[in-house]
Design a binder for this molecule. Structure first.
Ligand code: ZN
Length: 253
């Protein structure tokens, strides 16, 4: 299989504001009066066109999760958390069903090692004209040691991670349990930022629809291993059981 690349517009990239490292940058997502290209809204939650569409042959949208700049997904009250996930999954599905794209990716960056540039809590939904993201996604990426399960939703830690060393997965095996999916994703984010055995300030969420199952991968982010960068060899920790027990101890007892 030949790898397909997405062309990145460097000139556009240079104009993008950065507010994770430069904390003095004026936050564009707080300036609600001047936000353009609003596609959908649910109270303080907005889907807008990305003002800096750096990726060629795509349609880039931004899901602004809240009007509280310094908040974080791991801190949301349950009601707001559920609204964000129901809104996001619904808008993602609408873009998929529009038939305009080969596939649609849905993800979130948080923290300096996540690849994000704006601190304000947000996610991204991007329609890809020429790429099917599922070409490089396999069921084994979601197999793992069970941490918890409830209402047909499974929460595990990968035994065959895509990148390594630790990847949490939430699998929605019953379609109407998005709230439970959101609860597990939030706990994983909370664990990563507060209880992980290594200091961690960054994570990504990646949403997938594989064989009609919506899955979310929650990845703590550190400097990426050279074995993966250079050779695409993923690694897995030999301490997965310890993390499972620690997680259960802290959140499910
Ligand atoms: Zn803001």
């Amino acid at each position: 299989m030949t790898t397909k690349h997405i062309e990145f517009n460097l000139n556009m990239g240079k104009q993008k504001p950065e507010s994770i490292i430069n904390t003095s940058t004026k936050c564009p997502f707080c300036d609600r009066d001047n936000l353009e290209g609003i596609i959908a809204q649910d109270g303080p939650i907005l889907l807008i066109k990305n003002k800096y569409p750096v990726l060629q042959d795509t349609v880039q949208t931004v899901l602004i999760e809240t009007d509280e700049c310094s908040s974080e997904l791991s801190l949301y009250p349950k009601e707001h958390l559920h609204k964000v996930f129901n809104f996001g999954i619904s808008e993602w599905t609408k873009m998929e069903e529009s038939g305009h794209y080969e596939s649609v990716i849905f993800f979130k960056n948080h923290g300096p090692f996540s690849g994000g540039t704006i601190r304000h809590p947000h996610m991204q939904i991007i329609g890809l004209s020429n790429i099917n993201y599922l070409d490089t996604v396999f069921p084994e990426h979601f197999e793992g040691l069970l941490i918890d399960t409830k209402n047909g939703v499974e929460f595990n830690i990968s035994t065959k991670p895509r990148v390594g060393f630790f990847e949490f997965n939430v699998l929605l095996k019953k379609p109407n349990e998005i709230n439970q999916l959101a609860n597990y994703v939030q706990l994983a984010a909370r664990y990563i930022l507060n209880n992980f055995h290594r200091n961690c300030n960054s994570y990504n969420l990646f949403f997938y629809k594989l064989n009609n199952i919506i899955s979310v991968k929650i990845m703590p982010r550190f400097i990426t291993s050279p074995l993966f960068i250079g050779f695409a060899v993923p690694q897995v920790s030999d301490r997965l059981e310890d993390v499972v027990l620690d997680f259960q101890e802290k959140y499910f007892k």
